[in-house]
Design a protein around this ligand. Structure first.
Ligand SMILES: Cc1ncc(COP(=O)(O)O)c(C=O)c1O
Length: 462
């Protein structure tokens, strides 16, 4: 949630959730000094009073002050608190107070998660929407089937079996509001069946864990070794597991064949359920993508797909392919949660016309070029940094020298880049050796900004 605050003459636009809070506060203060609104020598409030003023943890403010002292914007003097440094790092923008929106937005966004929104196929989507609405019977505008429109489920069944090797009968597909919408439904279904534990990968998205925890599920980390994720220890360890077998998020490796088999064996032996998050299965650049895990046992695996990477997250269109025994229960939990019918019909028309395949093909080419450019630029300008993971998806993991993750993220912010460190995605209870890395989302910048983003990234790297 983004909130605005005015404190000691500085407008602070803060994302009050997760790592955005600290970054937002750092940027707001840095820009206030850079823009001259906090003059050299100005005394800043104590960490305690600023924290109370903003309603944030005192530690967060202390860390922000420490970062800005390290960068030379602030200075701490024994007995006289923290002040704006007398001589701050010179920048060309020093005399100009930037517009508040400029201050809060980094020049380049390399946070993983979003595709290139500028290339959303507006014209073809509009054409599909017009066609779909013209062809829809009046009854399509009623409440309808809780699984979603049959046109979409039929088109998805064809696409998923062809492109991802999924056993996908339209009857066992449920259309949901993105991956997250599906996960919420599955968490509820699991709770109703008496389950309360969904084991997750040692690295993953914190908001996926949070959603499960808010639904009342424990989310222990799955065991992990140098060959990847292992199944849980036994029935007691989990009722279900959530993982990204085709392209682990964020580490970027596929689940090894013997681990895929072991996972299915675990599910069969214990009656546990595997939740397969196939968030970017369309984007593999070096070879044909590995088929979905669901193909190995459609009765034990729930396949979850999404249009968030292939088209746009704002559509909130996703799909689950369920074991037949779970379809009725999933429908019960779906009431009031389905994406709008017009969008469902539009996606059905978009898939059936071949527009979806064409769009994915051209997006794949664009992202592949970006990844190649990233690898080549690093080899030339940052040879100490290695790209790990397979050539796939919309993000790459940049392995950094030990102990340099935090300073690299600070340097990146200095160069106008928003980027996450691997530590953001680490499960707090995972027994993992320390690992310093950046998770670079190369899908987000529009084409014209990509070269600038890459240059800024290379400058920030150790
Ligand atoms: C690992 C992972 N799963 C799923 C998703 C898609 O989520 P949703 O469909 O809710 O937008 C993403 C998108 O960033 C992702 O990174």
């Amino acid at each position: 949630m983004v909130e605005s605050w005015a404190t000691f003459g500085v407008d602070l636009h803060l994302d009050r959730s997760g790592p955005g809070l600290r970054r937002g506060l750092t940027e707001a203060l840095r820009e206030a000094v850079r823009g001259g609104r906090l003059a050299p020598g100005t005394r800043l409030p104590s960490t305690r009073s600023l924290a109370a003023d903003l309603g944030v943890a005192r530690n967060t403010v202390a860390e922000v002050y420490a970062d800005l002292i390290a960068e030379g914007w602030l200075a701490a003097r024994q007995g006289s608190g923290t002040r704006v440094a007398d001589r701050t790092p010179a920048t060309p923008e020093r005399r100009r107070a930037p517009h508040p929106r400029e201050r809060t937005r980094p020049a380049y966004d390399l946070v993983p998660g979003t595709p290139e929104l500028a290339s959303f196929p507006r014209t073809h989507w509009l054409r599909a929407a017009r066609r779909a609405l013209a062809a829809a019977p009046d009854q399509a505008l009623g409440y309808g089937d809780l699984r979603g429109r049959v046109e979409l489920r039929t088109a998805l069944a064809g696409y998923l079996s062809r492109a991802r090797g999924v056993h996908a009968d339209p009857d066992r597909i449920v259309v949901c509001a993105g991956f997250l919408g599906g996960l919420g439904v599955l968490a509820e279904l699991l709770r109703r069946r008496g389950g309360d534990t969904v084991a997750v990968e040692s690295y993953g998205l914190p908001h996926h864990r949070r959603l499960l925890e808010n639904a009342g599920c424990a989310t222990p980390p799955l065991p992990f070794d140098d060959r990847g994720t292992l199944p849980p220890g036994g029935r007691a360890a989990a009722d279900a597991v959530l993982l990204t077998p085709s392209h682990q998020f964020p580490l970027g490796l596929p689940l090894l064949p013997e681990r895929r088999t072991a996972l299915i064996e675990w599910a069969r032996r214990t009656g546990g359920l595997v939740l397969e998050d196939d968030y970017d299965g369309e984007f593999r650049y070096d070879r044909q993508p590995v088929g979905a895990l669901q193909g190995l046992d459609p009765d034990r695996v729930v396949y979850l797909g999404t249009a968030s990477k292939s088209l746009a997250p704002a559509l909130r269109l996703g799909w689950m392919v369920l074991p037949p025994a779970l379809v009725e229960e999933a429908m019960d939990a779906m009431a009031g949660r389905a994406p709008g019918v017009l969008d469902q019909l539009t996606l059905a028309a978009f898939l059936s016309s071949g527009d979806y395949d064409r769009h994915v093909r051209s997006a794949r080419l664009r992202y592949r070029r970006r990844r190649d450019a990233l690898v080549a630029a690093l080899a030339e300008r940052a040879p100490g940094v290695r790209v790990s993971g397979i050539a796939a998806g919309l993000h790459a993991v940049l392995e950094l020298p030990p102990g340099t993750e935090r300073q690299t993220i600070r340097a990146a912010a200095w160069h106008g880049l928003a980027v996450h460190g691997l530590s953001v995605f680490r499960h707090p209870e995972a027994a993992l050796p320390p690992r310093d890395a950046l998770v670079v989302g190369y899908g987000t910048p529009p084409d014209h900004a990509w070269a600038g983003a890459l240059d800024a990234l290379c400058r920030a790297l150790p």
